[in-house]
Design a protein around this ligand. Structure first.
Ligand code: ZN
Length: 63
């Protein structure tokens, strides 16, 4: 599920659920590292922009 759908009321700079999703909602959109769709979500440990948990899992399998 896309983080945008999961956390529709996310605020830039504030983790929606700290310690559950290690991703941060940012002000600026960037392409998701995996599927290249524009996203505001940035994974703080992997240091990549990523739009969903599925894309995080794909990234982890490929690297
Ligand atoms: Zn993606």
């Amino acid at each position: 599920m896309k983080f945008d759908a999961k956390f529709p009321d996310a605020h830039p700079g504030i983790p929606p659920i700290p310690n559950v999703v290690k991703s941060l909602y940012e002000h600026q959109e960037r392409p998701c590292r995996v599927c290249e769709e524009p996203t505001r979500w940035f994974h703080r440990e992997l240091i990549i922009h990523v739009c969903s948990e599925e894309c995080i899992n794909k990234f982890l399998q490929q690297n």
